[in-house]
Write a protein that binds this ligand. Structure first.
Ligand SMILES: *Cc1c(COP(=O)(O)O)cnc(C)c1O
Length: 495
């Protein structure tokens, strides 16, 4: 399998280069040159497999020119060894309603699903390409990617990692998880801006030739652990296929039956992986794209216009507080029938005017998507209603999904299709909002809220979040968003 850029489909790249580089030279995102198809035989084979085996098989469909199945299986086993309980369990909460729990990893959010595998793919890619320079992973995070990337890359030989997060834009738990990170190759910075500021700085560095040369002079190559990196996306395709297989195994559906998938969305990485799974042959009826009050994607799917000229809101689902969803470019590429020139034009519009519009025909091509949003009230209400009705405790991100699914049911009257709601974080990661939703009481101390929540619900606190209060804070620096480049060079020169 070879890869092309969403802004140039004439140059082909091998998977290892794609994983090392993160972003294409032309500023585009790498996409597979075609979608491998899952046959009925593949599904039958997947039915008998463990999650690690399924992951190795599915990832190898994209990387097999350079990575063998056995090699990938070694990585997926190592990657998921420290997950708590099952890796990605599918829980039935009601007739035809399922929750796919993606928060069993070391940071209690779904980013672990990919970021525990990706470091193995990257280190192997460097070996395969005999690359000697150190890799500098730059990460912009709205809260969860940062910690998951730090965990995945800590003390990995030949790699250093720097994480930038919005100083006032993450939950206390998220901030502490990052600020207390251990490891000798990790650096964490708060910036005085929002996620979009952090992401655009990092993306600018990736596409700047001068800066890249400056890094090379210092014997570094920069790469990305954000979901713009293909190495992040491919392990995310796995759980969509795996959960369809679970439904087949438990005989809840027959082969070929369609399902809906509801995904709480920010940077459009997770739901894009679901779209790719559908292109590979998972029978998906609708992909329900759930946004919070920052509903730029809802408006896009409803009007065909992507317009980021709008107020930015801080919400109780901070990992979805995003106005520029980078991965949407990959979907646009498909919607425009892989017309790279048209993508360049649209992305120019986005850069210049912070908006662009797709023609009707392109929107029809992606009408598998349904977009809607939940405001703060909806989100809070869905947590308490869900808990009352099913006994299942949602985090605020997943609750955005639950609320949007209710709106979908009302609007589309599709009550028959089995539906998987993707749970992207454990509720204890956002204890203040969750406790308030179920009790009506606002407690300002996250740790007290955590205890109260445990008392009231009896839900176990994940191992990864216990003891965080006692850990030593290592990183306190807040930097100006204009100073990101300067800080990066200062840090590597001080090494
Ligand atoms: C990152 C994140 C999201 C959004 O995922 P995208 O891939 O950026 O769309 C949703 N919920 C949680 C808890 C997250 O950490």
């Amino acid at each position: 399998m070879e890869y092309i850029s969403s802004r140039n489909k004439n140059d082909y790249f091998k998977a290892s280069d794609v994983i090392i580089n993160g972003l294409a030279k032309d500023g585009g995102l790498y996409v597979p040159s075609f979608f491998p198809k899952l046959t009925k035989n593949d599904f039958n084979e997947l039915i008998g497999m463990s999650y690690e085996e399924q992951a190795a098989k599915i990832i190898s469909m994209f990387l097999e020119d350079e990575y063998t199945y056995e090699e990938l299986l070694k990585y997926t086993k190592l990657a998921y060894a420290n997950f708590e309980g099952a890796i990605a369990p599918l829980v039935c909460v009601d007739k035809n309603k399922y929750i796919l729990e993606l928060w069993h990893g070391p940071t209690a959010a779904f980013k672990d699903m990919a970021l525990s595998v990706m470091p193995y793919l990257l280190v192997a890619a460097k070996k395969k390409n005999k690359q000697k320079e150190k890799t500098l992973i730059l990460v912009a995070t709205s809260g969860d990617t940062g910690k998951a990337a730090l965990e995945g890359f800590k003390d990995v030989d030949g790699v250093e990692i720097m994480v930038f997060y919005p100083s006032d834009g993450v939950s206390l738990m998220q901030k502490l998880q990052m600020a207390t990170q251990e490891g000798k190759n990790v650096y964490v910075f708060a910036i005085d801006g929002n996620f979009d500021d952090a992401q655009s700085s990092v993306k600018r560095i990736f596409s700047s030739k001068e800066l890249k040369n400056e890094f090379l002079g210092l014997k570094y190559r920069v790469s990305s652990a954000n979901s713009i990196n293909w190495g992040r996306l491919v392990p995310q395709i796995v759980y969509y296929i795996s959960s369809y297989v679970s439904l087949l195994t438990s005989k809840k559906i027959k082969f070929g039956d369609k399902i809906n998938v509801v995904v709480p969305t920010g940077n459009f990485g997770n739901i894009l992986a679901a779209y790719y799974a559908s292109r590979m042959g998972v029978p998906i009826n609708r992909l329900i794209c759930a946004s919070n009050k920052n509903k730029v994607l809802t408006d896009f799917f409803r009007t065909g216009e992507y317009n980021a000229n709008r107020e930015f809101y801080k919400t109780t689902s901070p990992s979805m507080d995003i106005l520029i969803s980078s991965n949407l470019e990959r979907l646009i590429f498909e919607a425009m029938d892989r017309d790279d020139k048209a993508v360049i034009k649209l992305m120019d519009d986005l850069k210049k005017n912070k908006k662009y519009s797709l023609p009707k025909k392109a929107m029809q091509k992606i009408d598998i998507f349904y977009g809607n949003y939940a405001d703060e009230k909806d989100t809070e209400r869905a947590i308490s209603e869900y808990y009352d009705e099913t006994g299942y405790l949602l985090d605020p991100h997943t609750s955005v999904g639950a609320s949007v699914y209710n709106k979908y049911l009302k609007e589309e009257k599709d009550t028959k299709t089995p539906t998987i709601l993707v749970a992207t974080a454990n509720p204890y990661k956002f204890p203040i909002a969750v406790y308030k939703a179920i009790s009506g009481v606002e407690i300002n101390d996250a740790f007290v809220a955590m205890e109260k929540l445990e008392e009231e619900t009896g839900e176990p606190i994940p191992r990864s979040l216990t003891g965080i209060k006692e850990r030593k804070v290592r990183f306190k620096t807040v930097i100006k968003k204009e100073d990101i480049d300067k800080e990066i060079f200062k840090t590597i020169k001080n090494n």
